[in-house]
Design a protein around this ligand. Structure first.
Ligand SMILES: [Zn+2]
Length: 289
């Protein structure tokens, strides 16, 4: 368990907590983004926090303790959370907005994480949009959303590997990206593109960290090191021992020409809505549409 000795745990109030929430479709680089941001010395990550109440006995914490909720970090968070809510930590549903406990549970959860970690900035890569919308309306929390977008051909290739039809997956991509765009438009959120992040991570991280209120640290690029207590996330990214950041472009050789052209055509509306920034000029030219 890591603590920041400079922070007085007793003074951690919800209003001083900043939640950096990553929302995206699956296979869009949210685990990489999470690890890059939380490699900052003043940031702690909870990973896909919505999974916490659903973690089965076999789910490990990313620090290696199995089952994950028995790890010292989560035991301390659970103790803190239960003191405030009187609800068993392993039964909470941080996504459920219907019970009237959404705000109470999420504020108690983040407050406990801050107290235990000693950090006031938390990365949550739950991805789920409805939870983000709920958090943005929760008094006492400062929420900084990050909308992460990936080339639809990469996202849809990942869906096809799970048996989805590419036409259906393309239409679903449009709906989900557009829904996020409109939900966040009043918050002035500019989407971050996976292709930009993987082609020049520092150029993306620098302004992003500034928006969070921190200066970027060089050590953030050493994103594979350090103990973490996340749940969920992309297994390949988690298990990577190579800190070199490179885009996954498997889809290029796996999709047929027809599928590539079809996906480009079907996702034209949201691509027009969210054009990539630096990737248009990437030296490799590999991210151009
Ligand atoms: Zn752990």
């Amino acid at each position: 368990m890591e603590r920041n000795p400079g922070v007085d745990r007793s003074r951690t109030e919800p209003e001083s907590i900043k939640v950096v929430y990553i929302t995206s479709l699956g296979h869009s680089g949210s685990t990489l983004m999470d690890m890059l941001i939380s490699s900052h010395s003043q940031v702690v990550s909870v990973g896909e926090a919505h999974q916490i109440g659903r973690a089965p006995e076999t789910t490990p914490c990313r620090c290696g303790v199995r089952p994950g909720l028995t790890c010292p970090f989560w035991r301390a968070v659970a103790e803190d959370f239960e003191k405030v809510t009187s609800v068993p930590f392993n039964q909470i549903d941080l996504e459920d907005t219907t019970t009237g406990h959404f705000e109470e549970y999420n504020v108690a959860f983040y407050t406990a994480v801050c107290r235990v970690s000693g950090n006031r900035i938390i990365v949550d890569s739950s991805k789920n949009l409805s939870r983000l919308v709920g958090l943005l309306q929760t008094p006492g929390l400062t929420v900084k959303p990050i909308h992460l977008i990936r080339d639809p051909r990469g996202v849809i290739w990942s869906s096809m590997r799970k048996g989805k039809n590419w036409v259906y997956a393309s239409l679903q991509y449009n709906v989900l990206v557009a829904r996020t765009h409109y939900a966040l438009r009043s918050h002035g959120i500019t989407p971050v593109h996976y292709e930009d992040l993987t082609s020049d991570p520092m150029a993306v991280l620098e302004p992003l960290m500034k928006k969070i209120g921190l200066d970027v640290e060089e050590t953030q690029l050493d994103w594979t090191s350090g103990p973490r207590h996340n749940f969920g996330g992309n297994e390949d990214t988690w298990n990577s021992e190579d800190r070199t950041i490179k885009p996954d472009i498997t889809w290029r050789s796996r999709l047929t020409r027809l599928q590539k052209a079809g996906i480009k055509l079907l996702t034209l509306p949201v691509r027009w809505l969210n054009p990539p920034v630096r990737s248009q000029n990437s030296s490799a030219g590999q991210n151009s549409w």
